[in-house]
Ligand binder design. Structure first.
Ligand SMILES: Nc1ncnc2c1ncn2[C@@H]1O[C@H](COP(=O)(O)OP(=O)(O)OP(=O)(O)O)[C@@H](O)[C@H]1O
Ligand SMILES: [Mg+2]
Length: 492
């Protein structure tokens, strides 16, 4: 057991056994092997412990009063706990050991066993865990993680998410990312792409609700000149642009039924045709889809094809809302403060303690994006003194943040003022058309002068470039093909 002596890299082990003597002897062996060991006399207590802390290996007895070892392993599996589990069992219960392994247990140890066998198995379990979970949970690696995946957060949910990303990225499977608006779905897509074998290839995205069904189809698959009115040239679709790389179908539930069928075919057969063209083309892009809707509801309501869902959700990734990520608000606030300060060429920007408390108590309906916007705004306006709770409060208490019930169809909080809806629609449309006022006005069915008047009333300068830049700041630098179809929601 050499090499275990560096304190930082000490692996954590949890020993679960109702017999004190057995528990202690296993713990002692492992402690003298250089591991950091904790012990628990019951499975239910152990479940509480794994919620709080990450263990590389869990060693559990099978026969225990209350929850037995098998149920414990099922529970760990159910909660997607990433630790490697070794089950200890008497000879008569090998059948249960096999059952345990079906639920992801790493191996089993038959009683009686000696210290060497125990150490050997633990070592193997750790090696296997490292393949799945590379040095992930050391807080000192957070900066490194932020750099590499861009995903800041030390809550259990985020730790698990990063582990899952590392597991799924190298496979070529379709990934479905679910999460409320602003939780980081695009960021996760980028991480999946960057850690995949397609990292050197393009990452192309299509914002599904931004366009009419016909245009969406043409954006996805391309079209032939003359295929429909306005198709003046042959056009390459995003599946082709994403050749050898990854394609993100953003807000996938918004595509219509006909297109859903076509997409299903691409996923099943890896072929597609450009609109107005018979020639089949080979689709060589890994598909990542995202949604902020509840898939079960969409399927039940007949809005989304179940078969397509199953195809997409080969590997589902769930992004929890920020309010459920304990401790992450502070970490993210500091991260965004630092980033904004360096972007603005400022010295350090600080939050006073009361401001931190305010953040901690807030429910963040706009999730990470809202936090980023508020922190950035605070940094822009900051004059050098720590940012106070009083400065922040008005931004948190605006009515648009006050009501957490989001209408599933419009994506706006229920009770949003019509005036606010109009403002958001106008800004979103303007952003969609890259700041082009005439096209924006036409799309909205109003005159250019009316549009300009409204923009002035919102405080935007005569030329809208500034706004476009602010809007784009939050977009991923995907390929240039991305800018056309992107309709980005602002939550602050
Ligand atoms: N864990 C994180 N660490 C650092 N930045 C994050 C994290 N999660 C999200 N962000 C930032 O928050 C903003 C919103 O994230 P992103 O655009 O990925 O969300 P989304 O889920 O795709 O939102 P929407 O559903 O509205 O499209 C981005 O600027 C992103 O960089
Ligand atoms: Mg997104």
């Amino acid at each position: 057991m050499s090499g275990m002596n560096k304190k930082r890299s000490r692996k954590r082990i949890l020993v679960v056994d109702d017999h004190a003597a057995a528990r202690e002897s296993v713990s002692d062996v492992l402690r003298s092997g250089g591991y950091e060991v904790q012990a628990s006399s019951s499975a239910s207590q152990a479940l509480a412990m794994v919620r709080q802390e990450m263990f590389h290996v869990i060693i559990t007895d099978l026969q225990m009063p209350g929850m037995d070892g098998l149920e414990f392993i099922r529970q760990l599996h159910h909660r997607r706990i990433q630790s490697q589990v070794i089950m200890v069992t008497a000879h008569a219960t090998i059948a249960s050991a096999v059952e345990a392994m079906r639920f992801g247990a790493f191996d089993y140890l038959e009683k009686p066993f000696n210290a060497t066998r125990l150490e050997e198995l633990v070592k193997q379990a750790i090696q296997r865990g490292q393949l799945l979970v590379p040095e992930e949970n050391h807080p000192e690696n957070l900066a490194h993680i932020a750099e590499n995946l861009g995903l800041v957060g030390k809550s259990r949910a985020m730790q698990e998410l990063r582990c899952r990303i590392r597991q799924v990225a190298p496979t070529d499977e379709t990934v479905l990312i679910c999460g409320e608006s602003g939780t980081g779905k695009e960021l996760v897509t980028r991480a999946v792409h960057q850690l995949s074998q397609r990292a050197a290839g393009p990452l192309v995205s299509l914002n599904c609700p931004a366009l009419s069904p016909q245009l969406t189809e043409s954006e996805l698959f391309g079209h032939r000149r003359g295929a429909f009115t306005g198709a003046d040239d042959d056009r390459v679709g995003r599946f082709e642009l994403a050749e050898g790389g990854t394609i993100l179908l953003d807000e996938i539930t918004e595509i219509d039924h006909t297109l859903q069928a076509k997409l299903l075919r691409v996923l099943q057969e890896h072929t597609f045709e450009r609109v107005g063209c018979n020639k089949s083309r080979n689709a060589n892009a890994r598909v990542v889809a995202s949604t902020n809707r509840d898939m079960a509801t969409e399927i039940a309501a007949g809005r989304f094809r179940q078969d397509l869902y199953y195809r997409l959700a080969v590997i589902p990734l769930e992004l929890p809302p920020l309010r459920q990520r304990e401790g992450d608000v502070q970490l993210l606030a500091d991260y965004f403060l630092q980033r904004a300060a360096s972007r603005l060429g400022r010295g350090e920007c600080e939050l006073e303690p009361a401001a931190r408390d305010l953040f901690a108590a807030y429910h963040w309906p706009g999730n990470v994006r809202e936090l980023e916007n508020i922190v950035t705004r605070a940094c822009v306006l900051n004059t050098g003194a720590p940012i106070t709770a009083d400065e922040l409060r008005p931004w948190l208490e605006q009515p648009e943040f006050g009501n957490p019930a989001i209408d599933q169809h419009t994506g706006f909080p229920v009770g949003t003022k019509l005036e606010e809806l109009e403002r958001q629609m106008i800004l979103a449309t303007l952003e969609h058309y890259g700041g082009h006022r005439a096209r924006t006005a036409e799309a909205l069915g109003i005159g250019v002068r009316t549009l300009s008047g409204k923009l002035r009333a919102y405080g935007f300068a005569p030329h809208t470039k500034e706004f476009s830049e602010e809007g784009n700041r939050q977009l991923l630098p995907l390929t240039s093909a991305d800018s056309a179809g992107k309709n980005h929601k602002q939550s602050a």
